[in-house]
Design a protein around this ligand. Structure first.
Ligand SMILES: Cc1cc2nc3c(=O)[nH]c(=O)nc-3n(C[C@H](O)[C@H](O)[C@H](O)COP(=O)(O)OP(=O)(O)OC[C@H]3O[C@@H](n4cnc5c(N)ncnc54)[C@H](O)[C@@H]3O)c2cc1C
Length: 496
């Protein structure tokens, strides 16, 4: 028989029900003990939302919104740490921008000792599937997106994460400083999920903002987000011919590797003097390309997809916003046209592209930056330059300040790095919320450095561990002192 209750109810009563249904609140085992296992879904309960009775699909210990690099890592580490964990994802693949957005390779955070157990395990597993990610020179992770989504499914399956695909976050039901439940749109309609801890890994801080956490967007000096890109893949390329032409005949020497790990690029107006700039300029001069289509072109080979390159372009003009739904949607159509023009130009003129075709379009636009929360600690540019260390650090990185559209590009000295504190994942406003990935509490400039996929994964991994620790200690996640968790349980330990 279905149990019915209405929101609002008292927080205490609600949590008591949630605890009873989820089982004992006794101490959860932490890494590396056995996972809690997937939940069956459909609790039989309903909840009243906007005048309708909607089913409570899961009563979880931990609910993660967004299955990108940070969200999947968070869900896997929470489940491995013993939490009954549900992961909601609006697409039908995990990996976020890395799969749905056609973003590769994983950039090397350039910080010695930056790998955490999750990133190490991911590389090992990709290797087992025949994808040797490292080229031995650049340490970039040359992924294959279809193998990555397969591996992430495997990770979730092994850890016991319950995944809800094609499920979109809709609303947060809060009581004072806590999120009691979220409402999601599933393939069957609206449903609710209750959890002890929620992790916002949407990249857009959608859950945090809905729950009332302050957030900011864009560069404080211009109000603009970083540019959106609409990435795609081109198949049917004779990669050896491209290599021979670009690195041989044009004498391009900045790409330190050769096929199968190979990259072409030009970035007009950024004084990087790529040899392909004159090639793209000829397209502008002939009217085959617009100046904005020629402003940035980059292509990476994909390991295990011979004859295919992943294109890090077109880069949309800054007037298209990552935070305005109407402008964003116009950007999709505009970007698709830009993509076609770039493809046609390469197809007509770049040796090796004679038999090429567009083989895949991203299914989400590439937002480098949208909203960022204001949490307990706000990382800023000075943390980058001063190479800040924090006792509660959850990750380290040295990736440069890669702010497209702002012509800011700085590198730390070799061996240098800064750390990311746990406090930039939690807020004073909502006690049972963690925010991971590219929308943690950081300024526009700092975010331009910390946003790369491996760093986002390490942040997510720590969030999952902290969620389990909070349950273990009977405290909310915003009261966790990461540095007081035993070292063997932490995914990253600061050495100062
Ligand atoms: C054009 C471009 C090029 C880049 N190049 C590189 C590169 O070469 N190497 C590198 O390492 N990094 C690169 N990055 C950066 C990197 O890809 C991102 O910063 C990183 O993927 C962020 O991870 P995340 O988990 O925070 O968010 P995302 O990867 O954005 O994942 C968020 C996930 O949440 C889901 N989601 C969002 N909203 C909802 C909702 N309401 N309900 C349910 N699910 C939701 C999305 O579908 C997605 O799966 C690039 C980024 C861009 C845009």
């Amino acid at each position: 028989m279905s149990q019915k209750f209405n929101i609002p109810i008292t927080r205490r009563a609600f949590m008591k029900m949630a605890a009873a249904a989820a089982g004992s609140l006794a101490a959860a085992p932490l890494l590396p003990t056995a996972a809690a296992g997937p939940m069956s879904g459909n609790t039989g309960d309903t909840i009243s939302y906007a005048g309708k009775d909607i089913p409570v699909l899961f009563r979880a210990d931990c609910c993660v919104v967004g299955g990108g690099p940070s969200g999947t890592a968070a869900a896997v580490s929470a489940a491995q740490s013993g939490l009954a964990t549900v992961l909601i994802e609006r697409g039908i693949a995990l990996g976020g921008l890395g799969t749905l957005g056609c973003v590769l390779p994983f950039m090397d955070p350039l910080a010695p000792g930056c790998d955490t157990p999750y990133t190490k395990k991911l590389k090992e597993r990709m290797r087992r599937h025949g994808i040797e990610m490292e080229d031995g020179v650049t340490r970039q992770g040359w992924i294959n997106p279809e193998v990555l989504s397969l591996v992430l499914d495997e990770f979730c399956d092994e850890a016991g994460v319950s995944i809800l695909y094609h499920t979109v976050f809709v609303d947060a039901l809060t009581e004072g400083p806590r999120i009691d439940a979220i409402v999601v749109q599933t393939i069957a309609g609206l449903a609710a999920i209750t959890a002890g801890t929620f992790i916002d890994a949407s990249g857009d801080a959608i859950l945090a903002r809905t729950a009332g956490v302050p957030a900011e967007r864009g560069y404080e000096k211009t109000g603009k987000n970083q540019p959106l890109s609409f990435r795609f893949e081109i198949g049917g390329i004779d990669i050896d011919r491209v290599y021979q032409y670009v690195s041989g005949e044009l004498g391009e020497d900045w790409c330190k590797t050769a096929p199968p790990y190979y990259e072409i690029a030009e970035a007009m107006g950024r004084k990087q003097r790529y040899k392909l700039e004159a090639f793209m300029q000829r397209g502008v001069d002939s009217g085959e390309l617009t100046a904005e289509e020629a402003v940035y072109m980059q292509g990476f080979t994909i390991i295990g997809k011979s004859g295919t390159m992943s294109m890090n372009c077109p880069e949309l003009p800054l007037e298209f916003s990552a935070t305005d739904p109407v402008s964003y949607s116009r950007g999709v159509s505009y970007g698709r046209k830009m993509m076609r023009h770039i493809f046609q130009y390469l197809h007509r003129h770049l040796p090796g592209f004679e038999n090429a075709y567009i083989s895949r379009e991203a299914t989400m636009l590439g937002a480098r930056e949208s909203w960022r929360i204001r949490g307990q600690y706000y990382l800023e540019e000075k943390d980058y330059h001063e190479q800040s260390r924090f006792p509660d650090a959850v990750a380290r990185t040295a990736w440069f300040i890669d702010a497209h559209g702002e012509k800011i590009s700085e590198k730390l000295p070799k061996g240098g790095f800064y750390e990311i504190p746990y406090r930039s994942l939690v807020t004073d406003e909502i006690e049972n919320l963690l925010v991971t990935g590219r929308s943690i509490s950081a300024s526009f400039i700092l975010q331009a450095s910390m946003r790369i996929q491996p760093t986002c994964m390490s942040i997510g991994e720590a969030a999952g561990i902290a969620a389990a620790w909070a349950k273990n200690e009977g405290i909310p996640v915003n009261a966790v002192a990461w540095n007081e968790i035993p070292e063997k349980t932490r995914s990253y330990v600061s050495r100062g």
